[in-house]
Design a binder for this molecule. Sequence first.
Ligand SMILES: Cc1cc2nc3c(=O)[nH]c(=O)nc-3n(C[C@H](O)[C@H](O)[C@H](O)COP(=O)(O)OP(=O)(O)OC[C@H]3O[C@@H](n4cnc5c(N)ncnc54)[C@H](O)[C@@H]3O)c2cc1C
Length: 488
Amino acid sequence: MAPRIADPTRRTTLSGLAAVAAVSSASLPLAGPPARGADPLVLNDASRLNPTRVARHTRLDGPADKTVAALRRLLAEAAAEGRPVVMGGARHSMGAQSLCAGASAVTDAGFRLEPDPAGSRFLVSAGARWRAVVPALDRVGLSVPVMQSNSDFSVGGTLSVNGHGWAVPFGAFAASLRRFRLVLADGTLVSCSRDENAELFRAAIGGYGLLGIVVDVELDAMPNAALRPSLRVMRADELGPALAGAVRDASLRMAYGRLSVMPGDLLGEALLVTFAETTGPVTPLGSGDGTLFGLASRILLRAQSGSDLGKAARWWAETALAPRLAPATVTRNRLLAQPVTSLGSPAAGHTDILHEYFLPPGRLAEFLTCCREALPASGQDLLNVTLRYVAADPVSLLAFAPEPRVAAVMLFDQARTDTAEASMRRLTERLVDGALALGGSFYLPYRLHARRDQVRRAYPGLDAFLALKRRHDPAGRFRNALLDAYLA
Ligand SMILES: Cc1cc2nc3c(=O)[nH]c(=O)nc-3n(C[C@H](O)[C@H](O)[C@H](O)COP(=O)(O)OP(=O)(O)OC[C@H]3O[C@@H](n4cnc5c(N)ncnc54)[C@H](O)[C@@H]3O)c2cc1C
């Protein structure tokens, strides 16, 4: 591996159609220092609905050997005190998956990055955020194959939810993962890959930190490239097969679909936006960023809250205006470097809530019918639906896409009230039933509103996962709200 690259401080902003591709959320400095006067032991996550008092909060950002030593100390202390341990990265999950009352909480924020000289892989610390990784790789002409649509998340958090984005022809994060090192509950450091500790490798990917703490990760790298956007408008019912068909084009590097959320045409019209590799200039990040485009995109997204007119205006901007304003080419890294904050925050008393469902491409249209029936009665304010192609994941034990899937990501503006919370729970249960009946599944880093039986049906590997947890963590040291809700 080559010498380490320092954490870059350059900021990137939205550019061209990239602005249209991102989704938004609360813009709190979630894992940063607490606000003045706030209890530093009360942590929260991106939902802002989970204030949780922990017994200790340790922030790690040192070199690998110090991180491992600190984790061993912390685990020994927690064992002596009989406390659970809970790990966090950026704490952008929404159901307290990174929280546990009375626990010893750890936030990893360490940045270490070593690309190999051949440019085919890189080693990165689990605490690194993609917003630092992407620019650092950009400087050496490389790019991340699989990450989320925003860059605020940690590498360890991404591995532990098995994240995915809109890069094609990839599926979940597992696909780009070669190896990682895990500190187990008894302090043992193990290296996990497809050949070494393969059982732990398969289970810790998407294992929500319940088997051990990821210290660092070796990932595939790929060349950065100039991409040419194109856009097609169609009926939503055609989008599943169209997206699955489009990704067969070998020149395609990124693709997403988008659905109208206008009440008069709810999930009716659709956009398919694709980015094919082209011979244009591969400009470095930081040059010619589309700040104005980003600002307009944020205003349009937020103008939709509680407003039919706002929803119509955004759809017009996406289908009619954005294609005219989009640059001829954009780099892959520019598309990946989108911060969550650039799309703004919900109004006071509200929060952004995400749902995500994975459907066989040919069944998406039936799922959309289910959504059209369920959404209006729920009273929830749907701001955005993005669709992505997710290739089959044969690696992870808790795979959400064991076969190729189209993912429907929904962004809601939700009031922070008990009534809204109860209606969101009912809506989630109904949409999960809809997805399961069509052979699909749903994503676990969001609100824990699905029923236990629904989780069991969507994740048939759960029993094997729990058996492994009992073997490697017999005292149940690693604990979070996901475990308590579904697995305890
Ligand atoms: C606005 C927004 C957009 C999103 N877009 C996408 C998207 O495009 N695609 C997608 O797949 N997901 C998306 N997500 C979900 C996101 O990928 C997850 O919430 C992910 O967990 C975020 O990473 P994090 O660093 O915030 O993890 P955290 O929320 O901090 O942690 C997530 C889980 O990982 C565990 N964990 C964290 N670090 C470690 C570690 N080092 N070792 C062991 N366990 C660890 C935690 O205990 C927890 O269970 C989005 C979320 C938001 C809020």
